[in-house]
Write a protein that binds this ligand. Structure first.
Ligand SMILES: C[C@H](O)CC(=O)C(=O)O
Ligand SMILES: [Mn+2]
Length: 338
C-alpha cells in the first residue's frame, strides 16, 4: 500500500437500500457513535440514492434524511459526517440543508460517463469548504481510458478525490487493478473504491484497489448494502491489520458496533443468493434488487429473468422505473407464449 487507508463507512447510506430506507434516529445515533469511536474517517448518512432520494421511484424513507443527519451529527465528534448527492435527485438547496445540519463531506455521484452534470454541485460544496468527492457509478460499463477522462472532469472541478463504484459488483480483481492503477498514475488527487459483493469479491477487489494505490475505501458494517451488500468493513480492517497496513480503525471497537448496533436490526442476513449473484453476473445496478423482487412478485415472474433483461438493456442507476416496465413486458410475452 502506498499510504494509510481512509475508511468511508456507508452503512447508513448504501445500507439504507437493504433496510428499505427504514433507519430510525435511535439506530443512526448508536451506529454513528460506534463508528466514530472505532476510527472511521467519514461516516455517510443519507437515503440509499443520496440526499432527497425518498420518493415513489426510489422508495420512501421512514425518517427524513435531515433528521437522521441531525441525529448523527450530535454524536460524531472525530470523523467527518458525510452524505451522497446525485445531481437531479438532490439539489444545491438540499446540500445547503445537509451542511446546516453538520455534513462536512459530500460525494457527488453520476453515471460513469456523465461526470459533467456534477459541476455546479461540486462548486457549491467546495464554496462551503466541504471535503468533496466525485463518485463514478457502474464503472464496469467503461474502459479505464474513458474513466480517466471522466475523472479528469472531476479533478478539474476541484474535488478532493475520485471514487470508483463497482455498483453492480461485476468487476474481477484484474478489472479493478486496470482501472485504479491508471487513475492513480495519471491523476494528482487520491482515488477511492466502493465494492459490492454480488460475486463474493468485495474484500478481494477492495484489497486490489488499495494495492494499486486507492487510499479511500468504502465499507459497511456486516456488509449491509444493496444487492449482496458492500465490502464488510470489519473484515477488510482485520485483513489490512494482518498486512500491517495502517487504517486508523480499532478492530475490537468496529467488531463491537457491527455486532451490537447493526446485526440486531438487519432485516435479513447479507448473503449471496441467486438473485444477488445474478446482479453481479449480468452487471446490474445493485440497488435494483429489492425493486426487482417486488416486480417479480407482482407479475409472477422469476426475478432472474427480470435482472438478466435489465442487464441486457444496459439499465443504469436512476432508471428504477424501467424495472416495472421490463417486468410488464416480460409477463406479456410469457403469457402470449403460454
Ligand atoms: C446511489 C448509489 O446507490 C450509489 C452507490 O452506492 C453505487 O453506485 O454503488
Ligand atoms: Mn453502492
Amino acid at each position: 500500500m502506498k499510504s494509510r487507508i481512509h475508511f468511508i463507512d456507508t452503512t447508513m447510506r448504501d445500507g439504507s437500500h437493504a433496510m428499505s430506507h427504514s433507519f430510525t434516529k435511535e439506530q443512526v445515533s448508536l451506529i454513528a457513535q460506534g463508528l466514530d469511536d472505532a476510527g472511521a474517517d467519514i461516516i455517510e448518512v443519507s437515503h440509499g440514492d443520496g440526499i432527497a432520494g425518498s420518493s415513489i421511484n426510489y422508495g420512501f424513507s421512514k425518517t427524513r434524511d435531515i433528521e437522521l443527519i441531525e441525529a448523527a451529527s450530535k454524536v460524531v465528534k472525530r470523523a467527518k459526517l458525510g452524505a451522497l448527492l446525485i445531481p437531479g435527485i438532490g439539489t444545491i438547496s438540499d446540500l445547503q440543508e445537509a451542511y446546516d445540519h453538520g455534513v462536512r463531506a459530500v460525494r457527488i455521484a453520476t453515471h460513469v460517463t456523465e461526470s459533467d452534470v456534477s459541476l455546479q454541485h461540486i462548486k457549491a460544496a467546495k464554496d462551503r469548504g466541504m471535503f468533496t468527492a466525485g463518485f463514478l457509478m457502474m464503472v464496469h460499463m467503461a474502459e479505464p481510458e474513458k474513466i480517466l477522462e471522466q475523472a479528469r472532469i472531476f479533478e478539474d472541478a476541484g474535488v478532493d478525490y475520485v471514487n470508483l463504484a463497482d455498483s453492480a459488483g461485476h468487476l474481477l480483481p484484474d478489472d479493478v487493478r486496470r482501472r485504479v492503477s491508471l487513475l492513480s498514475e495519471k491523476l494528482s488527487i487520491p482515488v477511492g473504491f466502493h465494492a459490492h459483493n454480488n460475486l463474493g469479491l468485495a474484500v478481494a477487489n477492495s484489497l486490489a484497489a488499495a494495492e494499486e494505490g486507492a487510499s479511500y475505501i468504502d465499507g459497511t458494517l456486516r456488509g449491509l448494502g444493496a444487492g449482496a451488500g458492500n465490502c464488510q468493513i470489519e473484515v477488510l480492517s482485520a485483513v489490512l491489520e494482518r498486512m500491517e497496513c495502517a487504517t486508523g480503525i480499532d478492530l475490537d471497537k468496529i467488531l463491537k458496533v457491527a455486532e451490537e448496533a447493526v446485526e440486531p436490526i438487519m432485516p435479513r442476513a447479507q448473503v449471496i443468493d441467486t438473485a444477488s449473484l445474478m446482479l453481479g453476473y449480468a452487471g446490474v445496478y445493485s440497488s435494483f434488487l429489492l425493486h426487482a423482487r417486488r416486480a417479480a412478485e407482482k407479475f409472477d415472474l422469476n426475478i432472474k429473468d427480470i435482472l438478466v433483461e435489465l442487464g441486457r438493456r444496459g439499465m443504469v442507476g436512476g432508471q428504477e422505473d424501467m424495472i416495472v416496465d421490463v417486468a410488464y413486458q416480460l409477463s406479456r410475452s410469457q403469457h402470449k407464449a403460454d
